[in-house]
Design a protein around this ligand. Structure first.
Ligand code: AMP
Length: 432
């Protein structure tokens, strides 16, 4: 008989489980996202995990890394091809158009939080399934005040999470007019340096020249430093818009720096673009910038691409895994608030029957009750109560069932009393 091959089970490359022991930090983060978003008047929106491929081809642009290389495309079953969403903004723009959200009070301020998928080379801080919180302001005027409101909500959230040494790197990539002039200048500069740059950058020259400034390859760093800056070529409108944004940021005392290398990878951005970093200690003890915790910008062109030109919008997305990693690396403590709990112990079949009803009654009324009713012996259940850190135990044995009573034991001191079952709820509520 052929030997059965041993299968090693593991999660899909670049995708991770979040175990129960990690949930508290995710809970804290999600709670903070909700509270901060609501404080700044953002309402929650949720869109499906699957979207039609054409949404991203039209929205993000066919010649972007995401559309070219990073999409998880599902086999088509007759209709249009679907993808696991690689980002959130395009889907929200789709929902805005589809549901006629331009008819509600403008601008619409919405936030979302959930998983996204990109077929990238997994490494620290870069996964194939990751989570983002996104904030969008859509509709209304093309006013820099909204760019700043996005920056405010993002920075407030990170500060509420006790992240320190935050800095926002801001740039403007201009509008189609000034960007065209700039791209020509940039290409001229790079044409003379083709042999010194990486292969990817040679491709970028043909397809998406702005992304030359985004390159992380060591070879290209020195060349990048000497590249012309887009800011010098901004038209008067884009230049004023950026100046206004920076003035508001200064008024708010948000630490920032102008960084001409921030270009963002997607076609839909125009004008303001930014990324947020935190200063962290490297393993060698040097102070370095964390990978970007988030980024965003103005994306008026997305609505042109989706057929509703003239809709102004600005937004940002934060990477939740990176936030958690930075919180851990910088020693941000998330205190686990341990609520006092009571542990139900049942001994014998009759006690189990009574106990299950009591358990349901206590849960129903909001008592923090734990149990381990699959175990039979008193000692095994007491050990389980200890592991769960319970303060009190309710012990129900044959004798107690017969007398309609229950033992209430203080697990810290060992003192105990017998009470009537009918009084248990009132007594427990007082104790907790
Ligand atoms: P983007 O949508 O590319 O602007 O990304 C916004 C933020 O999401 C980034 O600044 C990262 O914090 C996070 N992010 C993007 N891609 C990944 C990834 N593959 N893995 C983990 N986090 C990511």
């Amino acid at each position: 008989m052929a030997k059965k091959q041993k299968i090693k089970l593991h999660s899909v490359k670049g995708m991770h489980d979040t175990l129960p022991s990690e949930q508290f930090i995710w809970d804290k983060l999600r709670k903070e996202i909700k509270n901060t978003a609501e404080a700044y008047s953002f309402s929650r929106i949720d869109t499906p995990i699957l979207e039609n491929l054409s949404l991203f081809e039209r929205g993000i642009g066919e010649e972007t890394d995401i559309v070219e290389k990073q999409m998880f495309v599902l086999p088509s079953s007759g209709g249009e091809r679907m993808v696991l969403r690689p980002e959130g903004t395009s889907a929200i723009a789709r929902a805005y158009i589809q549901h006629g959200l331009s008819r509600v009070s403008q601008p619409l301020k919405v936030y979302q939080e959930g998983p996204f998928f990109r077929h990238e080379n997994p490494q620290a801080g870069r996964y194939r399934q990751f989570h983002q919180a996104g904030f969008e302001i859509i509709g209304g005027e093309n006013d820099p005040i909204y760019d700043v409101q996005i920056i405010m909500v993002v920075m407030r959230l990170l500060r509420n999470l006790k992240l320190k040494n935050l800095s926002i790197h801001i740039n403007s990539i201009g509008c189609k007019t000034c960007r065209t002039i700039y791209k020509k200048k940039l290409l001229k500069y790079y044409k003379n340096r083709k042999k010194q740059i990486c292969n990817d950058c040679n491709k970028r020259m043909l397809k998406n020249p702005l992304r030359l400034l985004d390159c992380k390859d060591d070879k290209c760093q020195e060349i990048k430093k000497g590249a012309p800056s887009v800011i010098d070529d901004l038209c008067s409108f884009c230049s004023k818009h950026l100046r206004d944004v920076l003035e508001y940021v200064e008024e708010l005392k948000i630490p920032y720096q102008i960084d001409p290398s921030i270009v963002r990878g997607l076609d839909y951005y125009n004008g303001t673009v930014f990324e947020v970093f935190s200063e962290v200690k490297s393993p060698e003890g040097e102070i370095v910038l964390s990978p970007a915790l988030g980024g965003g910008g103005r994306y008026n062109y997305l609505f042109n691409a989706l057929g509703k030109g003239g809709t102004y919008a600005v937004g940002a997305a934060l990477g939740l895994e990176r936030i958690i990693e930075t919180m851990k690396a910088t020693g941000v403590n998330v205190p686990i608030i341990k609520k006092k709990s009571v542990f139900l112990i049942t001994i014998g079949a009759e006690a189990k029957k009574k106990g299950i009803v009591l358990l349901e009654d206590l849960i129903k009324t909001g008592v923090n009750i734990k149990e381990s009713m699959g175990k039979n012996s008193l000692s095994a259940q007491l050990r389980a109560a200890d592991k769960k850190g319970a303060t009190w135990a309710l012990i129900l044995g044959q004798k107690e069932v017969f007398k309609e009573s229950i033992i209430l034991r203080n697990l810290k001191t060992g003192s105990q009393e017998t009470i009537f079952l009918k009084n248990v709820l009132a007594k427990i509520k007082k104790k907790l």
